[in-house]
Design a protein around this ligand. Structure first.
Ligand SMILES: *Cc1c(COP(=O)(O)O)cnc(C)c1O
Length: 364
C-alpha cells in the first residue's frame, strides 16, 4: 500500500540540498552570524519580490505580527478585527499588545475574512484590521482598505500562507500598512528553523520595526523604547535568499497539483479562487459533511491529511474570556467540514490520482 505524506522534506533536500549546504558553508566560514550581509540581502530581495520598500527580518511570523501591531500603535483597549478562522498567533499578537481581538466571520467560499462582517463589528474603539491570506488565497482587500480609509484604521496583512500570491496583480504583503510573513519550514517560502519577515513601504514604520526587533535600539547602547530580541539569523537568511529564487516555480507546481485535484474531484467541494487573485495553494482544502469518516478512510489507505483548523480561536480555552465575537456561523460550520489534502511542490501526479480515487470511491 502506498503511503502519501502530507509534506515530504526529503524531496526538497534531494532537489536543493546541495545549494543549502553551500549557503551554510558560506555563513559558517564568514564568522558573521547576527545581522550581517545575509540578512541584509534577504531583506532587500524579499521586499523587492513583494514590491515593498522595506523588509525587516524577524525570528518568526508570530513576532512579525507582534511587532507590526506594536508599530501601528495598538494599545490597551484598542479593538482589532480579525477572522476567527486562522492560526492562533494572529490573535495572540493582538492580546500581547494589550488589544482586544474582535473575531469576525469568513466568506463561505474563499475562507478569507468577510468584509461585511468586519463592517458590522466596527466600533469607536476599532483601531486595526488583520487580513489573513488564508491557505494561499488573498483576502478581499479593496473593501477593507475602503473601511480603513473611512474609519482611520490600520491594516496589517498576515501573509504567512501566501508568499507570492497576488491581489489584482499586486503581491500581498504591502497592500496594507505592514505585511507579516512566517518563514516556518512548512510555508511556501520556508527556512530550516524559525524565521519571519515584516514588509512595509512606510519609512517610519520600517524604522520602528528595525528598532523593535533589536531591543528598541537605533544603535549600540541606545534604547528609544522597550523592544525585544527578535532577529532573523544569518543562516536562515542565507537559506531563504537561495530559496526565494525557486518560489515562483514552486508556487506554479502547487498550482499544477491543485489543477489536477480540481479535475479529478467531484464528490467534495474543491477550493474556490476569487476573481482577480492568484492563489498559491499553501494548502489544498476540500469540504465535505463526512469529513471525519473520509479522513479515516484516507488514513487507512496511507494518505496523511490535516485540518486547518479544527477549532476556531474563539472556542479555544485560551480565548474563553478574551475578546468579542460577532456572528461566526460560517466559521463554525466550516471548521467541521474542511480537510487539507497533501500539497507541496513535489506532489506527484500518481499520488494525486491515488488520493482522488480514494475520495471518489468513498461512500459515507
Ligand atoms: C504559520 C502562521 C503564523 C505563525 O508563524 P510562526 O512563524 O510559526 O510564528 C501566523 N499566521 C498564520 C496564518 C500562519 O499560517
Amino acid at each position: 500500500m502506498p503511503t502519501v505524506p502530507f509534506l515530504d522534506f526529503s524531496r526538497e533536500y534531494d532537489e536543493i540540498g546541495s545549494e543549502m549546504l553551500a549557503a551554510a558553508e558560506t555563513v559558517l566560514s564568514s564568522g558573521d552570524y547576527i545581522l550581517g550581509n545575509q540578512v541584509e540581502a534577504f531583506e532587500r530581495d524579499f521586499a523587492e519580490y513583494v514590491d515593498a520598500d522595506h523588509g525587516i527580518g524577524v525570528n518568526s511570523g508570530s513576532d512579525a505580527l507582534n511587532l507590526a501591531l506594536d508599530a501601528v500603535d495598538i494599545e490597551a483597549g484598542d479593538e482589532v478585527i480579525l477572522p476567527a478562522h486562522t492560526f492562533v498567533s494572529t490573535a495572540d499578537a493582538v492580546v500581547h499588545n494589550g488589544g482586544i481581538p474582535v473575531f469576525v466571520d469568513i466568506d463561505p467560499e474563499t475562507y478569507t475574512i468577510d468584509p461585511s462582517s468586519v463592517e458590522r463589528n466596527l466600533t469607536e474603539d476599532t483601531a486595526a484590521i488583520i487580513a489573513v491570506h488564508l491557505y494561499g488565497q488573498p483576502a478581499d482587500m479593496d473593501p477593507l482598505l475602503e473601511l480603513a480609509r473611512e474609519h482611520d484604521l490600520a491594516i496589517v496583512e498576515d501573509a504567512s500562507q501566501a508568499h507570492g500570491a497576488t491581489y489584482k496583480n499586486r503581491p500581498v504583503g504591502d497592500i496594507g500598512d505592514v505585511g507579516c510573513f512566517s518563514l516556518y519550514p512548512t510555508k511556501n517560502l520556508g527556512a530550516y528553523g524559525d524565521a519571519g519577515i515584516a514588509v512595509t513601504s512606510d519609512d517610519e514604520l520600517a524604522e520602528y520595526l528595525r528598532m523593535a526587533r533589536e531591543y528598541g535600539s537605533p544603535r549600540k547602547y541606545r534604547y528609544e523604547f522597550v523592544g525585544s530580541n527578535s532577529r532573523l539569523d544569518e543562516f536562515q537568511a542565507a537559506f531563504l535568499d537561495e530559496k526565494l529564487e525557486y518560489l515562483d516555480e514552486f508556487n506554479q507546481r502547487r498550482r499544477d497539483c491543485a489543477a489536477q485535484y480540481d479535475s479529478l474531484l467531484e464528490s467534495v467541494v474543491t477550493p474556490t479562487v476569487a476573481d482577480d487573485v492568484s492563489h498559491v495553494y499553501h494548502l489544498y482544502v476540500v469540504q465535505t459533511p463526512h469529513r471525519d469518516a473520509l479522513r479515516e478512510h484516507l488514513s487507512e489507505s496511507g494518505v496523511q491529511t490535516l485540518i486547518h483548523y479544527p477549532t476556531p480561536i474563539h472556542q479555544q480555552p485560551a480565548y474563553e474570556d478574551i475578546g468579542r465575537t460577532g456572528d461566526l456561523s460560517v466559521t463554525e460550520r466550516t471548521a467541521d467540514r474542511i480537510l487539507s489534502l497533501p500539497m507541496h511542490p513535489w506532489c506527484r501526479s500518481d499520488e494525486i490520482e491515488y488520493i482522488a480515487a480514494l475520495i471518489e470511491e468513498f461512500e459515507a
